[in-house]
Ligand binder design. Structure first.
Ligand code: PMP
Length: 343
């Protein structure tokens, strides 16, 4: 049985969080002499610590209650908080299916949490036999599932993921950073069904706001409570909140940008598939394509010389490059260089 109170680190459960001035008074009008702010300027006031205006828009966008939303300083803050809320340093473990997004491992190391790695199978899906064998380990507290996965680009089988959520007594975090590029359905509706599920999304990708550093976590309010308890009091700046609010007002533009990225991806997949230097183009539900090439280091360096930077993923997937979809002109430049390569 999943028991949230037992799962949360005892020091987090007993923590008295910092109470900021704006937690006590939330009105917009008034003479504010409560937070030792400077009375002059445009950015002189602390931001709303709970980002309620922005969360109201996110709630409408994703069809979920405001109490089930946490906004972090990028998804990276959400990942770090997961370790700090649920894992005891030096004792607990987290499970990853690799290759996957690097920050799960880095953040685990920062928090002194051991990682258990299960390699994805040949179709880049979860090896369920190995996963089933480990999920009853009492020190395993977190499972990270990235879907669509970075760097492979594919989505995980829905039934495998749901089986893990239903049978695991710890927290399952599904990272959906690339979900808006995918035709597959989000795991978000499952948040209403499973208290041990956290779905992460971000404004960094499909919304084009990587500079604003805002990631989202959706979970039962009992779980969100601990994120709010542990976060830095003003974790998201007013400037960044406003940037997202403005972008959410331009829904048509965002959808058009997503559509053009997807159609450029389809065009690139076809063109890359015809090249002799490319051995395989892996299917992608994201805004990037993983390709297996004849010699990844060589091709990476040729592209660099031409001022084109892709990600060499050879260290985690043999002879593979990860190519982000750019504008039509950027993609044309890439294709031109690749077509000229003779190996
Ligand atoms: N999750 C995945 C799978 C990613 O690939 C990335 C960034 N490359 C992130 C999260 C980071 O998101 P954010 O910018 O919100 O920290």
């Amino acid at each position: 049985m999943f028991d949230l109170d037992k799962l949360v680190r005892p020091s987090v459960k007993s923590l008295t969080p910092y109470s900021c001035a704006r937690d006590e008074f939330q009105g917009k009008e008034g003479i504010f002499l409560d937070a030792n702010e400077n009375p002059y300027g445009n950015l002189n006031r602390y931001p709303d610590p709970l980002q309620l205006e922005l969360k109201g828009l996110v709630a409408g966008l994703r069809g979920i209650n405001i109490e089930k939303i946490f906004l972090g300083n990028g998804s990276d803050e959400v990942i770090d908080l997961c370790y700090r809320i649920f894992c005891k340093p030096g004792i607990d473990k987290a499970l990853l299916f690799t290759p996957t997004y690097g920050m799960y491992e880095v953040s685990a190391a920062v928090n002194d949490i051991e990682i258990v790695n299960i390699p994805l199978n040949d179709s880049f899906q979860i090896d369920m036999e190995r996963a089933r064998a480990i999920i009853n380990d009492k020190t395993l507290k977190l499972i990270f599932i990235c879907s669509p996965n970075n760097p492979t680009g594919n989505s995980m089988n829905h039934s495998d993921v749901e089986e893990l959520i239903a049978s695991f007594n710890g927290i399952v975090v599904i990272d959906e950073a690339y979900i808006d590029f995918s035709a597959k359905s989000s795991f978000l509706p499952l948040v209403a069904k499973y208290q041990n599920l956290i779905v992460m999304q971000t404004f960094s990708k499909a919304f084009g706001l990587a500079a604003a550093r805002i990631g989202m976590a959706f979970a039962d309010q009992s779980v969100i409570h601990y994120f709010n308890k542990l976060k830095y009091p003003y974790n998201i700046s007013t400037i960044n909140q406003k940037a997202v609010i403005a972008k959410l007002g331009k829904r048509k533009k965002t959808l058009a940008e997503i559509k053009s990225i997807i159609s450029e991806k389809e065009r690139l997949v076809k063109l890359l598939g015809k090249m002799s230097i490319i051995k395989k183009v892996f299917p992608s539900d994201a805004n990037f394509i993983l390709v297996k090439v004849k010699d990844a280091d060589l091709i990476y360096n040729i592209l660099i010389k031409e001022g084109i930077v892709v990600r060499n993923r050879s260290s985690v997937a043999e002879n593979c490059l990860r190519i982000t979809i750019g504008t039509r002109n950027e993609n044309n430049s890439l294709i031109k260089v690749l077509e000229s390569v003779q190996i």
